[in-house]
Design a protein around this ligand. Structure first.
Ligand code: ZN
Length: 419
């Protein structure tokens, strides 16, 4: 796939995927279109060589794989979640002539960029129907229905010096001036748009606010892509297209897990059993399972911090990635990243054979280092792992920035693993 088509598809994927549920739903659709067979964890699996499959867990994590006699898998990992503001179970407060929503920050989000944005709401709703069956549905309001207004500078003359943000009191989105607003009625109205009318009782929801501003290419020469959720939908998109492009005889697996932004410890997170359970069903013989694990490689893809031109001292000077200068290999001797010299060398050899640039990132020794799904999966499975990512500015802002060259470059390298 050429770079232009690749990048156009990226924008559509970002806009259509406001929550980890929608990410998973969109990837499922993509895999079905590409001939992958849907598996259900509740069924007995009867896999056949030469087919490709996918399976989801909690509607928010997904694994796709080719099923081949060659068990030296190239596995690509990413995560479906991004930091956001999640609605609390009893979200509505009516005061000062306005209806506002109470929210709980999910993950390590940058709070300030959330002010004065045109916000919408999306996620999963669970309800009881008239047959006393529990059902789930996804909603995506799409329209901007709320905003978090800034406090005017006239009311806070220290605003540009030392204003801090209180997560409990300062971040509530304002919804309407109509004080007859009822939350359940609002949800039923959203469900009715999908012809879901048989609702006896609404029980629970997992809904997130998101910015309605569309993803776009910006910069004098369209050098950049600006969007919400680039961390980590950029990697999801690259991984998804890679496995869709690979020949079915080549062993490849793609996993995108939920809950990375909160530590991956959940049934659907990378610290959970989803990947291990799936691999054990593919390789029920324990010897063959271990051989597969030890001959395979996991390329864990999660965005990397590009050096910020206004804050260059935040980077180690010899390990400061630039936008549009290629995929970043992440190294940390304290194993916050799982890359080692052997996995790095495999990646470098393929990148160099394709003339694709790569860069290396090491956090400054006097600063803490983030982590990601790579070390968690490596620890859990014992699979040789490499942590890479695409250079990004403003990570965990409501609008992040990456280069328009780098994602396609990583896509070519990942395909190079299956040549
Ligand atoms: Zn991430």
């Amino acid at each position: 796939m050429n770079k232009n088509d690749f990048n156009e598809g990226l924008l559509g994927f970002l806009d259509a995927s406001p929550t980890s549920f929608h990410v998973t739903q969109n990837m499922s659709g993509m895999f079905e279109n590409a001939g992958f067979i849907k598996l259900n964890e509740l069924d007995k699996w009867e896999l056949e060589y030469g087919n490709k499959y996918f399976v989801t867990r909690n509607d928010s994590s997904i694994i796709a794989f080719t099923y081949t006699k060659d068990s030296a898998y190239t596995m690509v990992g990413a995560h479906t979640d991004s930091p956001n503001l999640k609605l609390k179970p009893n979200p509505v407060t009516k005061e000062h002539g306005l209806v506002k929503f109470e929210v709980e920050p999910y993950g390590g989000l940058l709070l300030n960029p959330w002010f004065d944005r045109d916000l919408s709401l999306a996620g999963r709703v669970s309800y009881l129907n008239s047959n006393d069956e529990l059902k789930d549905a996804f909603i995506n309001v799409k329209k901007a229905i709320a905003t978090i207004p800034s406090l005017a500078i006239h009311l806070d003359d220290k605003a540009n010096k030392d204003r801090s943000v209180n997560k409990q009191t300062d971040m509530c989105p304002v919804l309407t001036t109509s004080d007859d607003f009822e939350f359940d009625e609002f949800l039923k109205w959203q469900l009715s748009k999908q012809e879901i009318l048989d609702i006896k009782e609404l029980y629970a929801s997992e809904l997130s606010f998101y910015d309605t501003q569309k993803a776009s290419f910006i910069g004098l020469n369209n050098d950049f892509c600006a969007s919400a959720r680039l961390d980590n939908l950029l990697s999801c998109y690259v991984g998804m297209l890679s496995i869709c492009s690979v020949d079915v005889t080549k062993p490849m697996l793609f996993i995108a897990s939920d809950h990375e932004e909160v530590g991956s410890e959940s049934t659907s997170g990378a610290g959970g059993s989803f990947l291990e359970n799936t691999l054990r069903r593919i390789y029920s013989d324990y010897d063959e399972y271990i051989q597969m694990i030890r001959t395979s490689i996991l390329i864990s893809c999660d965005n990397a911090h590009a050096v910020h031109p206004n804050y260059p001292s935040k980077h180690d000077k010899n390990h400061a990635p630039h936008i549009n200068k290629g995929c970043v290999i992440k190294v940390n001797s304290n194993q916050r990243y799982a890359s080692n010299s052997k996995t790095i060398s495999k990646f470098m050899r393929i990148a160099s054979s394709l003339n694709e640039p790569i860069q290396q990132f090491v956090t400054r020794s006097d600063m803490g280092c983030g982590s990601t799904i790579g070390p968690i999966t490596a620890t859990r499975l014992g699979i040789e792992t490499l942590d890479v990512g695409l250079p990004t500015l403003g990570m965990h802002s409501i609008r992040e920035l990456c280069g328009s060259d780098d994602a396609h470059s990583l896509y070519k390298i990942l395909l190079g693993f299956s040549k």
